[in-house]
Write a protein that binds this ligand. Structure first.
Ligand code: GTP
Ligand code: MG
Length: 202
């Protein structure tokens, strides 16, 4: 399930403009700054294939990366970035949701949740929306390398991720699979790639 080859293919802001070769794909979604682009780079073992930043709002399009010439990883703009102009945020929200609902080659969404802080209401809202629309989903907890800090609620990543799973229980008929990750230590990399390989072979 390892990545031998990865290449950027294109940026789109409409589902219709996404690649049309029919290859299966997985989308990384989550709050702005949660670590979507960093996780993509960790999965493909390249430091700068997807652009990352300390400042939220870095990724602004639907970005397709072709892996091993046979499937796609898709990097998306984050939600919940308060400092972006309203029209831009509404735009991102519209085209990403349209993408989730209409992209027929989308095998599963990977919803990234920051495990170093307590759950945010917007994450619960997003999980609820995915559940209501029955979009196949895997939970990915990011930043599991971070130690607990008083100013971040004083809980360990394991405690935050358990809390989150309890809070979203009612949104899904069966609890979504979940994986702990860190783009700093590459924790979870093999587990995610294996999970994606299994999903592709269904
Ligand atoms: P947008 O494109 O703005 O939506 O953000 P993003 O979700 O793509 O986040 P990005 O990958 O750009 O990372 C945001 C910040 O978090 C960067 O400063 C990263 O270095 C940091 N970061 C990402 N993943 C991890 C992680 O696993 N551990 C730690 N400690 N920091 C991380
Ligand atoms: Mg990004």
């Amino acid at each position: 399930a390892q990545v031998a080859q990865a290449e950027f293919v294109k940026s789109s802001v409409r589902t219709e403009d996404c690649p049309s070769d029919g290859l299966p794909e997985f989308a990384l979604v989550g709050r702005s700054n949660v670590g979507k682009s960093s996780l993509l780079n960790s999965l493909v073992r390249r430091k700068k294939l997807a652009l990352t930043s300390k400042t939220p709002g870095k990724t602004q399009c639907i970005n397709h990366f072709r892996i091993n010439d046979s499937w796609y990883l898709v990097d998306l703009p984050g939600y919940g970035y308060a400092a972006a102009p309203r029209e831009l945020r509404t735009d991102w929200d519209k085209f990403t949701k349209d993408y989730f609902l209409n992209r027929s080659t989308l095998v599963s969404v990977f919803l990234l949740i920051d495990a170093s802080i307590p759950a945010k209401p917007i994450d619960l809202e997003y999980a609820s929306w995915l559940g209501q629309n029955q979009i196949p989903m895997t939970l990915v907890f990011t930043k599991c390398d971070k130690r607990k800090k008083k100013k971040n609620g004083g809980k360990r990543p394991e405690e935050n991720l358990n809390d989150f799973q309890e809070l979203i229980q009612g949104f899904f008929q069966t609890a979504p699979p979940w994986i702990m990750t860190s783009s700093v230590t590459n924790q979870g990399r093999d587990e995610i790639l294996l999970h994606m390989a299994q999903l592709r072979n269904y």
